[in-house]
Design a protein around this ligand. Structure first.
Ligand code: AMP
Length: 190
């Protein structure tokens, strides 16, 4: 099964993706993690994207599509991918559909984590204090949320139109949210 965990920054995509890796053995594909690793390694790609991440803007579609394409083969052997933070634009979603179709695969479901804005801000502020991730500071978070609303939220009608969108209450504890995701996945015909 290939699934997308969808939601604004701080909605719990990364936390829930890691849980699904544990319980289902699927592969987590987080473009944010890949970009942060590139920056930490000091690679040419890292140099190109570091200012964009620091500002809270989106990097180009071309860059993240290439990162995902490279990783698709390994997800097939594992029984599927959990896309975390990708796609973030309609162009990325179209490219993902085309890449998967070329491999005889598809997105089976999109799980939308519903978390309200005050809770997002509280979570990201907490993560900033604990982990010191620079783009979690409250100012940059505003830019990331604006990017979500302008560029990523339009994916909701895209996946709704494909009949793949499932909403899950993301306000509870990680355990409660995991249970709700599992219950939702039980209804997916993969
Ligand atoms: P995340 O860890 O998913 O919140 O991503 C951190 C940052 O990486 C984002 O604020 C963007 O700058 C960049 N990024 C991650 N995934 C994407 C994507 N799919 N498209 C464009 N930029 C991305």
């Amino acid at each position: 099964m290939n699934l997308i965990l969808f939601g604004p920054p701080g909605s719990g995509k990364g936390t829930q993706a890691k849980r699904l890796v544990e319980t289902r053995g699927m592969v987590q594909l987080s473009t944010g993690d890949m970009l942060r690793a590139a920056i930490a390694s000091g690679s040419e790609l890292g140099e190109r994207v570091k200012d964009v991440l620091a500002r809270g803007d989106l990097v180009s579609d071309e860059i993240v599509i290439a990162l995902i394409e490279e990783r698709l083969p390994e997800t097939e052997a594992a029984g599927g991918a959990i896309f975390d933070g990708f796609p973030r634009t309609v162009a990325q979603a179209e490219a993902l559909d085309a890449m998967l179709a070329g491999r005889g695969a598809r997105i089976d479901t999109v799980i939308r984590l519903l978390v309200d804005e005050p809770a997002l801000l509280a979570r990201v502020t907490g993560r900033f204090e604990e982990q010191g991730r620079p783009d979690d500071n409250p100012e940059t978070f505003k830019t990331r949320l604006a990017a979500y609303n302008a560029q990523t939220a339009p994916l909701l009608p895209y996946y709704e139109g494909q009949g793949k969108l499932r909403a899950v209450d993301g306000m509870g504890s990680p355990d409660t949210v995991s249970q709700a995701i599992e219950a939702s996945l039980q209804t997916v015909q993969a």
